[in-house]
Write a protein that binds this ligand. Sequence first.
Ligand SMILES: C[S@@+](CC[C@H](N)C(=O)[O-])C[C@H]1O[C@@H](n2cnc3c(N)ncnc32)[C@H](O)[C@@H]1O
Length: 359
Amino acid sequence: MALLHGAKRLLGRMAAAATTARADREAAPSTKVELLSAAKPLQMTRLNAAFAKLVDSIPLSCLDTPSMMSLPEKQFLFGLASRYYAGKGIIVDAGVFLGGSTHCFGEGVRSNPQREEIMRNWPRPIVSYERAIVNPNMPNFFLKQRLTFSAAPGESFESELRRNIEPVQDLVDLRIGDFMDAAELDCPVEILFLDILKTPALSLRAFQLFYSRLIPGRSLVIHQDYFFEELPWIKTHQEALAEYFDFVGEIGSSAVFLCRKEIPRAVLDGLETDLLPAEQLRLASIAMHRSADPARRFFMALSKMRLVRKLQGRVAARAYLELIKTEFPEQVAQTDNRRLGHALQRAEVFLVRKPRKVQ
Ligand SMILES: C[S@@+](CC[C@H](N)C(=O)[O-])C[C@H]1O[C@@H](n2cnc3c(N)ncnc32)[C@H](O)[C@@H]1O
C-alpha cells in the first residue's frame, strides 16, 4: 500500500510536467528502437523511439479505476490520446471491464491540445465496448484488488463501470452488450485498443469490424493479449496481416502495430477460411519472435502449444510442450516467478483436460 501511495505521489509530481510536454503529432516510424526498461521478466517496455516518449506520467485519477493493465500500459494509452491522437478517426476501446483504459483515453483526449478540433469532428471520440456481465474469474479480481464493489458470476457490473468512467463520460460512447452483435462502424479508427478477443469468433468479428477502418500511416492497433500465454488466434490473425503493419513494440502484455496500408475487405473475410494449419503454425512462430524478452517468448510458445493441440492433437502438443521446456530452461526453472510457474502449470492442465468447444 505504502509503495502504491509513493508511486502515486511520484506520478502526481510528474503529471504537471506531462501537460507541458511538447505535443508531437508526427510520430513517424523510425528504425530506432528504444528500450525503456531492462526490467524483470514480462516487464520490458520496448517501443519504436517515436512512441516510446509517450510512456510518461498520467493524472492520478487514471489510477483510481481498477484495471488488469500494468502502469506502463496505462501511461501509454494516456500518452497516445493526449499527444499522438490527431482526431483523424475515433478511438476504439474494446473490452473495457471496469473502465481503466477508457478512463486513460478520456483524460488523454481532455489534455490533448487539439481537443476542440477533435470534438468538432467526433463529439464522443472514444467508442467503448463491454458486455458488463461478471465472469467466473472476476470475483477473484474484485477480492484481490480489495474493491468495495463485488458481484457474482452472471450479475451485471454496468453501474460500476459507468461510475468509474463518469469523469470522462462526455467523451465516451459506451456500447453495452454482446460484442458479437456490435453494429458496423462508418468512420475511420485512429487508435484501436483490443482486449476482447477471447474467442476466435470475437477476434474475427473485431478484425472485420475495425481493420478496414484503419488509416494507413496513422492508425495504431494495440493487442492487450498479444503476449498472453493463451488465445493463439490473436497471434495468427494479426500475423496473417503482417504485410499491412509495422511492429512498433511491446509494453506489458500488449503488442503495438502501426497500419501502413489499407486492408482490403476480401483479405479480412478470408481470415476465417484461408489459413491452412501449416500456415497458422508458421504465423505463431513469427509472433513468438516479436518479443525481445525470453519470458514473453516462452509465453508465446505456450500459446503455440494450444494451437498445436487444436491442429495436430494431444500427442503432438505434449511433444511440443516437452520441447518448450528444453528450449526455455531458465523460464521453467524460475519457480519463484509466479506468472511463469502459473503459465506452465496451466499449460499442463490444458493438455490433460478434454478440449472445450471454442466458438
Ligand atoms: C480481460 S477483460 C478486459 C480488461 C480491461 N482491459 C482492463 O484493463 O481492466 C476482457 C473484457 O472483455 C469483456 N468481454 C468478453 N467477451 C465479450 C463479449 N462477447 N461482448 C462484450 N464484452 C465482452 C469482458 O466482460 C471483460 O470485461
